[in-house]
Design a protein around this ligand. Structure first.
Ligand SMILES: Nc1ncnc2c1ncn2[C@@H]1O[C@H](COP(=O)(O)OP(=O)(O)OP(=O)(O)O)[C@@H](O)[C@H]1O
Ligand SMILES: [Mg+2]
Length: 231
C-alpha cells in the first residue's frame, strides 16, 4: 500500500475486506468482542456510514442518477469524512479501530464498475495505512448461498444493475460480485492482505484471525493501546 499515510498514532487500525457474504462482519464483531474482553478500547467504523453524504446518496440512488465516477466520488467523500472525524482521532487517542471495509472496497468495486484503477487509488491517498488488513476469500457460490434468501431483496446499485450486465437482478449481482472478487484477488499480495479461507467454520477463521493479531500487533496492544479503566 505504497501511497497511504503511515499510522504514527498509538492506536491500531484493523480492517476487513471481502465480497458480500464473505463473513467480514461476523469475524470483525467476534474480534472486537475479544479485544474488549482484554479491556482494550475498541472503536468501530462502517463503510458508507457518514452523515455528510447520506442525503445525497439516498437521492442519487432513488433516481438512479449515479455514473461510476460520481458514485466513486460519493464513497470517497464518505471515507474522508469518517477518516478525519472518527478513525484518525480514535487512533490518536490510542484505540483499536476496527473498520468493516476500507479503501480497498472502493478499489475493487469502482474498478469492477470500469473506473480507472489509478484514478480511484489517487482519491484515497489520504487514507491511513492499516496495521492489519484481512481478506476473507470465498468462491462466489458460497457467498451467494449465504446471502441470497437470508436477507432483504437486492438493490439496484448493490447488484451492479447500472452496468447492464444482465436484466435479471440476481444474475447481475452474481456477475458484479465475481468482478469484485477478481479485483480483490489481483490486489491481495500488493496490499499485504492476510488472506483467510472464508469457507472454513466461523470458529476456525476466528482462531486464525486472533493468532495473526497477536503475532503482528500483540506487543503494541500490550504497550501502546488505550485501556478502559477497571473497577
Ligand atoms: N464461516 C461461515 N460459515 C457459514 N456461514 C457464515 C460464515 N460466516 C458468516 N456466515 C453467515 O453468512 C452470512 C453473511 O455473513 P456476514 O454478514 O458476516 O458477511 P459480510 O461479509 O459482512 O457481508 P456484507 O458484505 O453483505 O455485509 C450471515 O448470515 C452469517 O451468519
Ligand atoms: Mg457486513
Amino acid at each position: 500500500m505504497p501511497q497511504f499515510r503511515p499510522n504514527l498514532f498509538p492506536g491500531k487500525l484493523i480492517i476487513v475486506e471481502g465480497i458480500d457474504g464473505s463473513g467480514k462482519s461476523t469475524q470483525l464483531s467476534l474480534l472486537s468482542q475479544w479485544l474488549r474482553s482484554k479491556n482494550l478500547v475498541v472503536s468501530f467504523s462502517e463503510w458508507n456510514s457518514s452523515s455528510i453524504v447520506r442525503g445525497t446518496t439516498r437521492q442519487g440512488k432513488k433516481k438512479q442518477m449515479f455514473t461510476p465516477t460520481t458514485f466513486s466520488l460519493i464513497h470517497a467523500t464518505d471515507f474522508a469524512d469518517r477518516l478525519e472525524r472518527r478513525i484518525r482521532p480514535m487512533l490518536e487517542a490510542g484505540a483499536v479501530v476496527c473498520a468493516d471495509r476500507y479503501a480497498f472496497t472502493a478499489f475493487a468495486r469502482d474498478a469492477a464498475r470500469g473506473v480507472r484503477r489509478d484514478w480511484v487509488r489517487n482519491l484515497y491517498r489520504v487514507a491511513i495505512q492499516p496495521d492489519l488488513a484481512f481478506y476473507f476469500r470465498v468462491p462466489l457460490g458460497v457467498a451467494l448461498k449465504r446471502i441470497l434468501g437470508g436477507r432483504a431483496a437486492l438493490k439496484y446499485y448493490e447488484a451492479g444493475m447500472d452496468l447492464g450486465l444482465s436484466p435479471d437482478i440476481e444474475e447481475s449481482f452474481a456477475l458484479f460480485q465475481q468482478r469484485i472478487l477478481e479485483e480483490y484477488d489481483s490486489m491481495a499480495e500488493e496490499m499485504g492482505f492476510h488472506v483467510i479461507d472464508a469457507t472454513q467454520s466461523i470458529k476456525k477463521q476466528q482462531k486464525q484471525v486472533r493468532q495473526i493479531v497477536l503475532q503482528h500487533i500483540g506487543d503494541a496492544l500490550e504497550r501502546d493501546v488505550l485501556r478502559s479503566p477497571t473497577e
